[in-house]
Design a binder for this molecule. Structure first.
Ligand code: FMN
Length: 339
């Protein structure tokens, strides 16, 4: 997959997730096979008010690229300003958020509110494309509600304004994250535009990714929730697409090394004390489905120092390794179904 001149490999993409897809997790996902990673959404207004305060959201390194910096806002001038600023930073794409369902964002006229205000949506896209020196993409939902499905019209308008790719999460704003995403909308958008289309929504396994590609014809697959604590999903999808092979889930030692690498990356950004707090939710995700995960979560939540965090992780995952030596081949984790 290519977005303009940018090589996006097989189009396996880490979704923007607020509070999660900071530089440490983006780097880990990249190391586990993601072809492109997204920052969480960045307020254009906050960015132009004080760019250095927003820097933690978009800072990058070579081993965490290519990266798309996602911005949100309701004012075309602010959005253009933010895009011009970011296109001088080490990022590869500017993505416009047109899907966030959160009330505070909607009330400001941004995110999914733009699905109901086409003139403003077009003005924002036009301004951002003009101001940006790197390719611009748009991530949207199917529409405001079931009676107002507008993904095809918005994708066509975005293409006409010079956008280089679109991502569709085919749920409506009123659905938020309920129900199933409707992949048929991805197929319709793919048929309606010439620019690359990235499909998103409910891809949990390598087989889901293959099904989405086949059913919709989309060029890339974006994965959000299924990558939490499970960045290996990218290499597992790649293997499955290329050879049909269902790779086994990672063993406990691999999970432990990744968890500690993740902690170390966080610590280098925000210091050890804050990193340990931030890593509580990630630790819970890395241990999800493993034997004794609840007790491990409980222990991690009581940890305050970096060394103690590492020791707790080593104790827990070594115990799982010992168990899995006896109970092979499941490594203690319920096998993720591949088909
Ligand atoms: C906690 C959370 C935070 C999210 N933050 C963002 C965001 O900042 N920007 C965005 O475009 N989408 C955001 N999303 C939506 C995801 O990018 C994705 O579209 C959605 O989760 C569907 O994909 P999935 O089924 O693979 O998770 C968020 C989703 C969740 C669950």
């Amino acid at each position: 997959m290519k977005i303009e001149q940018l090589d996006v490999g097989q189009g396996l993409i880490l979704a923007p997730i607020a509070g999660v897809t900071g530089l440490p997790f983006r780097k880990i996902a990249k190391g586990c096979g993601a072809d492109l990673v997204f920052t969480e959404m960045i307020s254009a207004a906050a960015l132009i008010r004080n760019p250095r305060r927003s820097e933690t959201y978009f800072m990058s390194r070579d081993d965490a690229r290519p990266v798309a910096a996602q911005i949100f806002g309701a004012d075309p001038h602010e959005m253009a300003h933010a895009a011009a600023f970011l296109s001088e930073e080490p990022v590869d794409l500017i993505d416009i958020n047109m899907g966030c369902p959160v009330k505070k964002v909607i009330r400001s006229g941004a995110g999914a509110a733009l699905l109901q205000d086409r003139p403003r949506a077009s003005a924002i896209i036009r301004a951002v494309v003009r101001a940006s020196r790197i390719p611009v993409t748009v991530k949207l939902r199917s529409g405001w509600d079931a009676s107002e499905i507008c993904a095809v019209e918005i994708a066509q308008a975005a293409e006409a304004e010079g956008v280089s790719a679109v991502t569709l999460h085919p749920r409506t704003r009123t659905q938020a994250f309920q129900g199933r995403s409707n992949w048929e909308h991805i197929r319709q958008v793919k048929e309606a535009v010439k620019i690359p289309v990235i499909g998103n929504g409910d891809v949990q396994t390598p087989a889901d990714a293959k099904r989405m590609l086949l059913q919709t014809g989309c060029d890339g697959v974006m994965i959000g929730r299924a990558a939490l604590g499970n960045p290996w999903i990218f290499s597992r999808i790649r293997a499955f697409l290329m050879t049909g092979e269902a790779l086994p889930p990672p063993d406990p030692q691999t999970i432990m090394r990744t968890l500690i690498e993740h902690l170390t990356l966080e610590a280098s950004l925000v210091g050890e004390a804050r990193a340990v707090l931030r890593m509580r939710k990630f630790a819970a995700w890395y241990a999800r489905g493993l034997h004794g995960a609840a007790r491990f979560r409980h222990r991690v939540n009581g940890v305050t120092g970096y060394a103690e965090f590492c020791e707790t992780a080593q104790d827990y995952f070594s115990m799982l390794t010992l168990q899995s030596d006896v109970t092979e081949p499941c490594h203690g984790r319920k096998q993720t179904p591949v088909v």
